[in-house]
Design a protein around this ligand. Structure first.
Ligand code: ATP
Ligand code: LTN
Length: 336
């Protein structure tokens, strides 16, 4: 009975790049939803290390960040006994299906990806082909597991749309190959902006440390970063497109406390940015405290992390190989 029920559960999948220590943006935009979905869905979560090398990485740092992000996934409350938690490079089917999907992705549609355009500018010295075909690898991540829902921040919506186009195109040729995935973008925290340039999204690979709150920052550092966040000269707390800095801090405060923008405006009526920023900092510290405590515990136990990663890779590969085999057969590759 249990078995049949779990088989019927909808499949949820999402990955995060080990391109640095995850930020408050990753947490509010994605991770916070992940832990909540684990109970009701058949969930797979992964560390997208293949994606991370589209930008030059220092080998020792890539290895360390991969383990750190893995530990963070466990710290969110995800359970490796229940969810499949894996490292992308350990599951070769991802790279294999990605090649196939590359051949069903049009040059024009890949050229329209905002992330490609942005990263080509921010890494102008290394505009590699991997950066360009990044969305085909992401589509492979998703389609391999026949995912129904993909919880991501708003910045990934365009990649999801491309994934759907590829799936639809291939299903048109090879009936019933892939499940059509839906993005799952939580309202709160869908786009947390940089603290220093609030027109840009908060990003863990931003070279300016002050632009993001890392999930591992101490309470002191969090308070300092929020205190120095860019605001404006009109010292009044209200939400407006003309006040991106203050509006971003209100969004963060709202996510951490559950209060609406109206309630926040009322709370800080007649008060300046000093009081407001102190309250935001405290709310962020409290929000992250339990995750940080569990994270430190997990990171101290490398043997356990490696054991979980090995188990996750095996489970993921078993599932992924079914879809890959089906695709290879339908496309016409020789069957042995
Ligand atoms: P990088 O800085 O290396 O590009 P990233 O932090 O932007 O990395 P990922 O690590 O791949 O990107 O993101 C993991 C998840 O966090 C994704 O679902 C993404 O949509 C979400 N996310 C990333 N940045 C933000 C943000 N500023 N606000 C909300 N969600 C975000
Ligand atoms: N591209 C995503 C990370 C990512 C992902 C995925 C998210 C890689 N593969 C599959 C969801 C599903 C990013 O940069 N945020």
């Amino acid at each position: 009975m249990e078995q049949t029920q779990s088989e019927k559960k909808k499949v949820v999948l999402s990955l995060v790049q080990p391109s640095g220590v995850p930020t408050l943006g990753n947490y509010l935009g994605a991770f916070k939803n992940w832990a909540g979905m684990a109970k009701d869905y058949d969930c797979l979560f992964g560390v997208a290390d293949l994606h991370a090398i589209t930008v030059r990485q220092v080998p020792a740092e890539l290895r360390a960040h991969t383990l750190e992000v893995f530990a963070l996934l466990l710290a969110l409350g995800l359970d490796p006994q229940r969810e499949t938690i894996f490292v992308q490079s350990q599951v070769p089917e991802h790279a294999q299906l990605a090649w196939i999907l590359n051949c069903y992705t049009q040059f024009g549609e890949a050229s329209r990806m905002t992330q490609f355009k942005e990263k080509s500018q921010s890494h102008a010295d290394n505009v590699n082909v991997g950066l360009f075909t990044y969305p085909a690898l992401m589509a492979a991540d998703i389609l391999l597991y026949q995912a129904d829902f993909v919880p991501v921040g708003e910045d990934q919506k365009q990649h999801l749309e491309l994934t759907r186009n590829i799936a639809e195109r291939m299903n048109g040729v090879y009936e019933n190959l892939f499940t059509m995935p839906e993005p799952f973008i939580g309202k709160a925290g869908a786009r947390v902006m940089s603290l220093t340039e609030p027109e840009k999204k908060m990003s863990k690979s931003d070279p300016n440390q002050k632009s993001f709150v890392s999930l591992l920052d101490t309470p002191d550092v969090i308070a300092k970063k929020i205190k120095s966040a860019v605001t404006d000269s009109e010292a009044r707390v209200y939400f407006s497109a003309e006040k991106p800095g203050v509006s971003n801090l209100m969004g963060i405060y709202s996510c951490c406390t559950g209060r609406s923008y109206d309630e926040i405006e009322a709370e800080f009526a007649g008060k300046g940015y000093g009081d407001f920023k102190a309250a935001v900092a405290e709310a962020v510290v409290e929000e992250l405290r339990p995750v940080q405590e569990r994270y430190k515990k997990h990171l101290a136990d490398k043997a356990y992390l490696l054991e979980c990663a090995a188990k996750g890779a095996e489970q993921a590969s078993r599932r992924a190989s079914k879809t890959l085999g089906k695709a290879m057969k339908k496309i016409g590759f020789l069957q042995l």
